[in-house]
Design a protein around this ligand. Sequence first.
Ligand SMILES: [Zn+2]
Length: 166
Amino acid sequence: MNSNITEFNSETDKAFQTAWHSAKGGDDNWYGFLKSYEAVPLTIEEKEMLLNSEMKIAKGAFPIELRRVYEKIVEKHSAKNDAELNNILASFNIESKVKEYYQKIKPFSGMNDIFSNASTTMNKYSEGLQKEKHHTFKCKNCGAPRLEEMQYDNCLFCGSVLFETK
Ligand SMILES: [Zn+2]
C-alpha cells in the first residue's frame, strides 16, 4: 500500500477515534483537533439547540463536526494528485462514515430509555414540530428533524444536505 494511502487511513481513523472519545458535545481535546484541521466548530447556540433536540447522544463530538474534519482531510489528500489515493478518496463515503459514527454515540435504547426520551423530547421544539407535522423535514441520512427556528440548509446534526418532507 502506498504511504499516502496509509497516511489518509490513519488520519481518518484518528478523527473518528478522537471524536468518539470526546466528552459529550465535544471537549478541549476535540476542539484542539478540529482547529488543527481548520475545521469550523458549531457555534455555542447551535450546540445548545442540538443538546436540547431529540437527537440524543451519550458521548462524543457532534457528527457534523466529524464530517467537517473528514472534508478537510479529503481536501488535503486530493491535492496530492496521487491516482491510487484518488481511488480511495472517491470511495470514502463521508455520508455513511458519519452515520456509522452516529450509531456509536447514540444512547443505548432499552424500553425505559425510549419512554424517558419520549417525555424529555416533549419540549418546546418537538411540540412545535408536532403541531406542524406536514412542514417537518427529516434528514435522510440520520433522521434528525430540521429545527424550524433556525435558518440552515444542511442537517445541523450530521451535516448532510439531504432533507426530505415527512
Ligand atoms: Zn442528518
